[in-house]
Design a protein around this ligand. Structure first.
Ligand code: NAD
Length: 276
Protein backbone atom coordinates (compact mmCIF):
# COMPACT_ATOMS: atom_id res chain seq x y z
CA UNK A 1 0.00 0.00 0.00
CA UNK A 2 1.27 3.45 -0.88
CA UNK A 3 0.53 6.06 1.79
CA UNK A 4 0.32 9.55 0.29
CA UNK A 5 2.55 12.24 1.75
CA UNK A 6 1.83 15.94 2.18
CA UNK A 7 4.48 18.64 1.87
CA UNK A 8 4.65 20.94 4.89
CA UNK A 9 5.34 24.67 4.60
CA UNK A 10 9.09 24.22 5.18
CA UNK A 11 9.40 21.62 2.41
CA UNK A 12 9.50 18.52 4.62
CA UNK A 13 7.11 15.72 3.84
CA UNK A 14 4.71 13.87 6.16
CA UNK A 15 2.77 10.63 5.61
CA UNK A 16 -0.93 11.53 5.68
CA UNK A 17 -1.74 8.41 7.73
CA UNK A 18 0.08 7.60 10.96
CA UNK A 19 -0.33 5.74 14.23
CA UNK A 20 -1.23 7.48 17.52
CA UNK A 21 -0.07 6.13 20.88
CA UNK A 22 -2.13 8.18 23.38
CA UNK A 23 -3.46 5.92 26.17
CA UNK A 24 -1.18 3.03 25.23
CA UNK A 25 0.52 1.86 28.42
CA UNK A 26 4.31 2.09 28.26
CA UNK A 27 4.59 -1.70 28.67
CA UNK A 28 2.35 -2.21 25.61
CA UNK A 29 3.82 0.53 23.43
CA UNK A 30 6.79 -1.32 21.96
CA UNK A 31 4.57 -4.13 20.72
CA UNK A 32 1.88 -1.76 19.41
CA UNK A 33 4.38 0.35 17.46
CA UNK A 34 6.09 -2.80 16.17
CA UNK A 35 2.73 -4.04 14.85
CA UNK A 36 2.05 -0.66 13.24
CA UNK A 37 5.46 -0.51 11.53
CA UNK A 38 5.09 -4.12 10.33
CA UNK A 39 1.67 -3.26 8.92
CA UNK A 40 3.28 -0.45 6.95
CA UNK A 41 2.66 2.69 9.01
CA UNK A 42 5.61 5.09 8.74
CA UNK A 43 4.43 7.88 11.05
CA UNK A 44 4.10 7.71 14.85
CA UNK A 45 2.45 10.42 16.98
CA UNK A 46 3.52 10.54 20.64
CA UNK A 47 3.97 13.17 23.38
CA UNK A 48 5.78 13.59 26.66
CA UNK A 49 2.30 13.61 28.26
CA UNK A 50 1.64 10.05 27.01
CA UNK A 51 4.53 8.65 29.07
CA UNK A 52 5.71 6.31 26.32
CA UNK A 53 8.37 8.20 24.35
CA UNK A 54 11.07 5.77 25.47
CA UNK A 55 9.15 2.78 24.15
CA UNK A 56 8.29 4.55 20.88
CA UNK A 57 11.97 5.29 20.29
CA UNK A 58 12.87 1.70 21.11
CA UNK A 59 10.34 0.31 18.65
CA UNK A 60 11.51 2.66 15.89
CA UNK A 61 15.13 1.63 16.47
CA UNK A 62 14.24 -2.09 16.77
CA UNK A 63 12.38 -2.00 13.44
CA UNK A 64 15.67 -1.71 11.60
CA UNK A 65 14.04 0.81 9.26
CA UNK A 66 16.32 3.65 8.19
CA UNK A 67 15.59 6.65 10.42
CA UNK A 68 14.58 8.68 7.37
CA UNK A 69 11.73 6.29 6.58
CA UNK A 70 9.77 6.80 9.80
CA UNK A 71 8.18 10.13 10.68
CA UNK A 72 8.13 10.72 14.45
CA UNK A 73 6.21 13.50 16.23
CA UNK A 74 6.36 14.44 19.90
CA UNK A 75 4.94 17.31 21.92
CA UNK A 76 6.01 19.70 24.67
CA UNK A 77 4.14 19.01 27.91
CA UNK A 78 2.11 21.71 29.64
CA UNK A 79 4.46 22.35 32.55
CA UNK A 80 7.29 23.59 30.35
CA UNK A 81 6.09 26.70 28.55
CA UNK A 82 8.82 29.06 29.77
CA UNK A 83 11.62 29.46 27.22
CA UNK A 84 14.38 27.66 29.14
CA UNK A 85 12.01 24.97 30.40
CA UNK A 86 10.89 24.21 26.85
CA UNK A 87 14.49 23.74 25.67
CA UNK A 88 15.23 21.45 28.64
CA UNK A 89 12.03 19.44 28.11
CA UNK A 90 12.93 18.91 24.46
CA UNK A 91 16.38 17.62 25.53
CA UNK A 92 14.70 15.14 27.91
CA UNK A 93 12.30 13.96 25.22
CA UNK A 94 15.22 13.39 22.85
CA UNK A 95 17.07 11.46 25.53
CA UNK A 96 14.02 9.26 26.15
CA UNK A 97 13.32 8.74 22.46
CA UNK A 98 17.03 8.16 21.85
CA UNK A 99 16.70 9.24 18.23
CA UNK A 100 19.04 11.55 16.38
CA UNK A 101 16.29 13.98 15.52
CA UNK A 102 12.52 14.43 15.64
CA UNK A 103 10.52 14.99 12.47
CA UNK A 104 8.00 17.23 14.18
CA UNK A 105 7.80 18.86 17.61
CA UNK A 106 4.61 20.54 18.79
CA UNK A 107 3.40 22.77 21.61
CA UNK A 108 0.74 20.41 23.04
CA UNK A 109 -1.73 23.07 24.30
CA UNK A 110 -1.72 26.89 24.12
CA UNK A 111 -2.71 27.31 27.84
CA UNK A 112 -3.68 30.94 27.23
CA UNK A 113 -3.98 31.79 30.95
CA UNK A 114 -0.76 30.09 32.06
CA UNK A 115 1.96 32.05 30.33
CA UNK A 116 2.85 33.35 26.95
CA UNK A 117 2.85 30.74 24.20
CA UNK A 118 4.75 33.23 22.02
CA UNK A 119 7.78 32.72 24.28
CA UNK A 120 7.21 28.95 24.04
CA UNK A 121 7.11 29.20 20.26
CA UNK A 122 10.42 31.12 20.27
CA UNK A 123 11.97 28.13 22.07
CA UNK A 124 10.64 25.82 19.35
CA UNK A 125 12.13 28.15 16.73
CA UNK A 126 15.48 27.77 18.48
CA UNK A 127 15.09 23.96 18.44
CA UNK A 128 14.23 24.10 14.73
CA UNK A 129 17.34 26.16 14.00
CA UNK A 130 19.42 23.53 15.80
CA UNK A 131 18.24 20.92 13.27
CA UNK A 132 17.10 18.49 15.96
CA UNK A 133 13.47 18.93 14.93
CA UNK A 134 12.94 18.95 11.15
CA UNK A 135 9.65 20.81 11.55
CA UNK A 136 7.79 22.56 14.39
CA UNK A 137 4.13 23.16 14.95
CA UNK A 138 1.34 23.54 17.47
CA UNK A 139 -1.63 21.60 18.79
CA UNK A 140 -5.02 22.78 19.97
CA UNK A 141 -4.40 26.34 18.76
CA UNK A 142 -7.43 28.45 17.87
CA UNK A 143 -7.21 31.02 15.06
CA UNK A 144 -6.69 33.80 17.64
CA UNK A 145 -3.66 31.96 19.05
CA UNK A 146 -2.26 31.36 15.57
CA UNK A 147 -2.80 35.03 14.68
CA UNK A 148 -0.48 36.03 17.51
CA UNK A 149 2.29 33.69 16.35
CA UNK A 150 1.95 35.02 12.79
CA UNK A 151 2.05 38.63 14.01
CA UNK A 152 4.79 38.36 16.61
CA UNK A 153 7.21 35.69 15.33
CA UNK A 154 8.99 34.81 12.11
CA UNK A 155 7.94 31.17 11.73
CA UNK A 156 4.56 29.89 10.55
CA UNK A 157 3.73 26.60 12.33
CA UNK A 158 4.02 23.64 9.94
CA UNK A 159 0.94 21.97 11.45
CA UNK A 160 -1.89 22.53 13.90
CA UNK A 161 -3.08 19.28 15.50
CA UNK A 162 -6.68 19.63 16.69
CA UNK A 163 -9.66 17.49 17.64
CA UNK A 164 -11.61 16.67 14.47
CA UNK A 165 -14.20 13.99 13.69
CA UNK A 166 -17.65 13.94 12.11
CA UNK A 167 -19.24 15.42 15.26
CA UNK A 168 -16.66 18.27 15.38
CA UNK A 169 -15.62 19.21 11.87
CA UNK A 170 -13.73 22.41 12.83
CA UNK A 171 -14.23 24.07 9.47
CA UNK A 172 -13.16 27.52 10.72
CA UNK A 173 -9.83 26.41 12.19
CA UNK A 174 -9.12 24.27 9.12
CA UNK A 175 -9.86 27.18 6.78
CA UNK A 176 -7.49 29.41 8.76
CA UNK A 177 -4.79 26.76 8.30
CA UNK A 178 -5.43 26.51 4.57
CA UNK A 179 -5.21 30.29 4.20
CA UNK A 180 -1.85 30.45 6.00
CA UNK A 181 -0.09 27.27 4.85
CA UNK A 182 -0.59 25.41 8.13
CA UNK A 183 -1.41 21.71 7.63
CA UNK A 184 -4.23 20.33 9.78
CA UNK A 185 -3.83 17.14 11.80
CA UNK A 186 -7.02 15.54 13.14
CA UNK A 187 -6.81 13.99 16.62
CA UNK A 188 -9.39 11.46 17.84
CA UNK A 189 -10.33 11.01 14.16
CA UNK A 190 -12.97 8.36 14.93
CA UNK A 191 -14.02 10.17 18.13
CA UNK A 192 -12.54 7.27 20.13
CA UNK A 193 -15.18 5.02 18.58
CA UNK A 194 -18.14 7.27 19.26
CA UNK A 195 -19.06 7.93 15.62
CA UNK A 196 -18.84 4.30 14.52
CA UNK A 197 -22.49 3.45 15.10
CA UNK A 198 -23.83 6.63 13.53
CA UNK A 199 -26.51 5.57 10.99
CA UNK A 200 -25.14 7.86 8.25
CA UNK A 201 -21.71 6.29 8.59
CA UNK A 202 -22.92 2.69 8.94
CA UNK A 203 -25.13 3.11 5.85
CA UNK A 204 -22.17 4.27 3.73
CA UNK A 205 -19.97 1.51 5.18
CA UNK A 206 -22.54 -1.17 4.38
CA UNK A 207 -22.99 0.08 0.82
CA UNK A 208 -19.21 0.25 0.15
CA UNK A 209 -18.44 -2.96 2.05
CA UNK A 210 -15.99 -1.12 4.33
CA UNK A 211 -16.08 -0.66 8.07
CA UNK A 212 -17.36 2.52 9.76
CA UNK A 213 -13.80 3.25 10.95
CA UNK A 214 -12.47 3.00 7.38
CA UNK A 215 -15.23 5.27 6.06
CA UNK A 216 -14.56 7.88 8.76
CA UNK A 217 -10.79 7.81 8.28
CA UNK A 218 -11.23 8.00 4.51
CA UNK A 219 -13.39 11.11 5.00
CA UNK A 220 -10.46 12.78 6.80
CA UNK A 221 -8.02 11.71 4.07
CA UNK A 222 -10.22 13.14 1.30
CA UNK A 223 -10.55 16.41 3.25
CA UNK A 224 -6.76 16.60 3.09
CA UNK A 225 -6.10 16.29 6.82
CA UNK A 226 -3.44 14.14 8.49
CA UNK A 227 -4.72 11.31 10.77
CA UNK A 228 -3.17 8.82 13.22
CA UNK A 229 -5.83 6.53 14.68
CA UNK A 230 -4.89 4.58 17.80
CA UNK A 231 -5.47 0.89 18.46
CA UNK A 232 -3.63 -1.90 20.24
CA UNK A 233 -5.68 -4.58 18.44
CA UNK A 234 -3.67 -5.86 15.45
CA UNK A 235 -6.77 -6.50 13.32
CA UNK A 236 -7.89 -2.89 13.83
CA UNK A 237 -4.38 -1.53 13.23
CA UNK A 238 -4.57 -3.33 9.88
CA UNK A 239 -8.17 -2.22 9.21
CA UNK A 240 -7.30 1.43 9.86
CA UNK A 241 -4.43 1.17 7.35
CA UNK A 242 -6.67 0.03 4.45
CA UNK A 243 -7.92 3.41 3.29
CA UNK A 244 -6.46 3.73 -0.17
CA UNK A 245 -8.38 1.25 -2.31
CA UNK A 246 -11.77 2.99 -2.21
CA UNK A 247 -13.25 6.49 -2.45
CA UNK A 248 -16.18 8.40 -1.02
CA UNK A 249 -18.41 10.31 -3.43
CA UNK A 250 -18.91 14.06 -2.94
CA UNK A 251 -22.43 13.25 -1.67
CA UNK A 252 -21.12 10.81 0.96
CA UNK A 253 -18.41 13.32 1.97
CA UNK A 254 -21.07 16.02 2.42
CA UNK A 255 -23.38 13.71 4.38
CA UNK A 256 -20.60 12.94 6.89
CA UNK A 257 -19.58 16.60 7.18
CA UNK A 258 -23.23 17.46 7.90
CA UNK A 259 -23.04 15.36 11.10
CA UNK A 260 -21.15 18.22 12.76
CA UNK A 261 -22.71 19.17 16.08
CA UNK A 262 -19.83 21.03 17.68
CA UNK A 263 -19.27 18.19 20.12
CA UNK A 264 -15.86 18.14 21.79
CA UNK A 265 -14.57 15.01 23.52
CA UNK A 266 -11.55 16.88 24.81
CA UNK A 267 -11.11 20.23 26.55
CA UNK A 268 -11.80 23.62 24.99
CA UNK A 269 -8.38 25.12 24.15
CA UNK A 270 -9.55 28.62 25.09
CA UNK A 271 -10.25 27.65 28.71
CA UNK A 272 -7.96 24.64 29.28
CA UNK A 273 -5.02 25.68 31.44
CA UNK A 274 -4.14 22.39 33.14
CA UNK A 275 -0.57 21.68 34.18
CA UNK A 276 0.39 18.17 35.35
P1 NAD B 1 -9.18 7.63 18.06
O1 NAD B 1 -10.28 8.45 17.47
O2 NAD B 1 -8.03 7.25 17.24
O3 NAD B 1 -9.89 6.33 18.69
C1 NAD B 1 -9.13 5.31 19.29
C2 NAD B 1 -10.06 4.29 19.95
O4 NAD B 1 -11.06 3.86 19.02
C3 NAD B 1 -9.31 3.01 20.34
O5 NAD B 1 -8.89 3.08 21.67
C4 NAD B 1 -10.31 1.92 20.11
O6 NAD B 1 -11.08 1.76 21.28
C5 NAD B 1 -11.19 2.45 19.03
N1 NAD B 1 -10.83 1.93 17.68
C6 NAD B 1 -9.70 2.15 16.96
N2 NAD B 1 -9.78 1.58 15.75
C7 NAD B 1 -10.98 0.99 15.69
C8 NAD B 1 -11.64 0.25 14.69
N3 NAD B 1 -11.07 0.02 13.51
N4 NAD B 1 -12.89 -0.23 14.96
C9 NAD B 1 -13.48 0.02 16.15
N5 NAD B 1 -12.91 0.73 17.14
C10 NAD B 1 -11.67 1.21 16.92
O7 NAD B 1 -8.75 8.41 19.40
P2 NAD B 1 -7.40 8.91 20.05
O8 NAD B 1 -6.49 7.83 20.43
O9 NAD B 1 -7.84 9.86 21.13
O10 NAD B 1 -6.72 9.82 18.91
C11 NAD B 1 -5.72 9.33 18.04
C12 NAD B 1 -4.39 9.97 18.33
O11 NAD B 1 -4.49 11.39 18.29
C13 NAD B 1 -3.84 9.70 19.74
O12 NAD B 1 -3.34 8.40 19.90
C14 NAD B 1 -2.81 10.79 19.84
O13 NAD B 1 -1.66 10.43 19.10
C15 NAD B 1 -3.53 11.95 19.19
N6 NAD B 1 -4.21 12.84 20.18
C16 NAD B 1 -3.73 14.09 20.34
C17 NAD B 1 -4.32 14.96 21.24
C18 NAD B 1 -3.78 16.36 21.39
O14 NAD B 1 -4.21 17.09 22.30
N7 NAD B 1 -2.88 16.79 20.55
C19 NAD B 1 -5.42 14.55 22.01
C20 NAD B 1 -5.91 13.25 21.81
C21 NAD B 1 -5.30 12.42 20.89
Amino acid sequence: THIPSLTLNNGTSIPQLGFGVYQIEPQDTREAVRTALETGYRHIDTAEMYGNEKEVGQAVRDSGLPRGEVFVTSKLNNGHHAYGDALAAFDRSMEDLDLEYLDLFLIHWPLPAVGDYVETWQALEEIYRSGRAKAIGVSNFQPSHLERLLRETGTVPAVNQIEIHPYLTQDDVRAFGTDHGIATEAWSPIAQGKVLDDPVITEIAGRLERTPAQVTLRWHIQRGDIVFPKSVTPARVEENFRLFDFELTPADMAAITALDRGERLGPDPDTFNWIP
